[in-house]
Design a protein around this ligand. Structure first.
Ligand SMILES: NC(=O)c1ccc[n+]([C@@H]2O[C@H](COP(=O)([O-])OP(=O)(O)OC[C@H]3O[C@@H](n4cnc5c(N)ncnc54)[C@H](O)[C@@H]3O)[C@@H](O)[C@H]2O)c1
Length: 379
């Protein structure tokens, strides 16, 4: 850590990179790119709303470092995550004269990061990528680890590539313009990291949000959202935890799957409720509740741990119930299209205790069906 900035190394041999976390990181981006040995021509991808806030300062920073960059935008929201957007971005990059030594910069949340990352993996069979996350979800999760991709008619993130960035610059100042609902979505992913990997992180969040919600600088207030200290701690700790998992299991042969805790239920909820109605972090929040309850039903998780998780998610202002009117049969069918299905068996990430996850491929469908039926009736 130097001054206000923390640096988290992601150790992937020749493809290792640094995640810089701190206020003012966007202004330093040009120099960071030069330090990382990136080329002199770039295309910055964003959406119009994000570009309005940060586009010019990013171009200025790159320009000061003598990097010739242009800005292009994609439509806001999940609907940008489709193959046509990737083709369009590649066309624009080629037309702008980018070559194999050029790079793409993803300036935005997980949507911009995923689609730009996949475009970087495809353009000339792969150009360098820089992630400049502007949402909490992107800072604590999607900008690190190299998963890129788009959605298709049958589900989310089913088409994509592993493509690691060369550099991640998480500017905590960007969180000041982020709507409270989006901050809460980011907190869902931080809570996930605590629940699957780090009881200490979980308990710090509990302390701030459940036990002493109005106390001290570490608190989350309904109007302002995250305190600066909680944001910084959450981003740094999450990047370290995720970075260590990715370094050990980049292609998700083992422990990386834990990061999908809540996601199989969550992706199904997003699909059945209509992409966009539930934000990703909200769907993951409900998904984690369902996965924890399933663990209790299987006899592997204490009921008290499941309740603690539900209480923390609720205290963070996240939904913990399946939305009213959701068809449980449609949810079960949507889960069948998830990437976590192998040889027709649904692999689910469950908890054995808070801070410890495991993957189970042997849950009887009838048990999942019953859980979904009951959760839908509760709504
Ligand atoms: N690749 C991965 O490992 C990974 C991990 C988690 C999530 N994801 C994906 O990420 C996506 C969700 O990402 P997200 O939650 O960041 O949503 P998002 O990218 O849709 O951004 C949410 C909203 O916030 C706005 N916004 C972004 N930054 C802002 C800022 N600083 N100020 C004001 N408004 C801002 C955006 O315009 C958008 O409307 C999903 O598609 C999910 O599948 C990917």
């Amino acid at each position: 850590m130097s001054g206000d900035t923390s640096t988290v190394p992601i150790d992937l041999g020749e493809r290792s990179y640094l995640v810089h976390i701190g206020p003012g990181e966007q202004a330093r981006l040009g120099q960071r790119c030069r330090d990382a040995g990136l080329g002199r021509r770039a295309m910055v991808v964003s959406n119009p709303a994000i570009a309005r806030h940060f586009g010019q300062s990013i171009l200025t920073s790159l320009g000061r470092a003598e990097i010739d960059a242009r800005l292009v935008t994609v439509v806001p929201g999940e609907r940008a995550k489709k193959l046509a957007t990737v083709g369009h971005l590649c066309d624009q990059a080629i037309a702008a004269g980018l070559d194999r030594g050029s790079f793409l910069v993803a300036l935005g949340g997980g949507v911009v990061g995923d689609v730009t990352g996949f475009a970087a993996a495809c353009l000339y069979r792969g150009v360098a990528l820089v992630q400049v996350p502007t949402t909490l979800v992107a800072m604590v999760d999607s900008s690190v680890g190299g998963k890129t991709g788009v959605n298709c008619a049958l589900g989310k993130n089913l088409i994509g590539a592993f493509w690691q960035p060369s550099l991640v610059a998480a500017d905590l100042d960007a969180l000041t313009t982020l709507p409270a609902r989006e901050r809460r979505c980011g907190l869902a992913e931080v809570i996930k990291h605590g629940a699957i990997l780090d009881l200490d992180l979980f308990e710090r969040l509990e302390e701030a949000l459940v036990r002493r919600p109005a106390a001290g600088d570490f608190a989350l207030t309904p109007r302002v959202g995250l305190s600066a200290e909680l944001a910084r701690y959450s981003v740094e700790r999450s990047c370290r935890l995720k970075g260590a998992v990715v370094a050990a299991d980049e292609r998700e042969a083992g422990q990386r799957a834990w990061l999908n805790f809540g996601h199989t239920f969550g992706h199904a909820l997003e699909k059945v409720c209509g992409l966009g109605r539930l934000h990703h972090g909200e769907a993951v929040s409900i998904g984690m509740v369902l996965a924890a309850r399933l663990g209790v039903r299987r006899g592997e998780l204490a009921g008290a741990d499941s309740e603690r998780l539900e209480r923390l998610l609720a205290a963070a202002g996240l939904p913990i119930q399946v939305p009213r009117g959701t068809d449980p049969a449609a949810l079960l069918a949507a889960m069948g299209h998830d990437k976590k299905v192998r040889d027709g068996r649904l692999k689910l990430v469950l908890l054995s205790r808070l801070g410890q996850a495991f993957v189970a491929g042997d849950t009887p469908t009838a048990m999942i069906e019953q859980l979904l039926n009951e959760a839908s009736r509760e709504a």
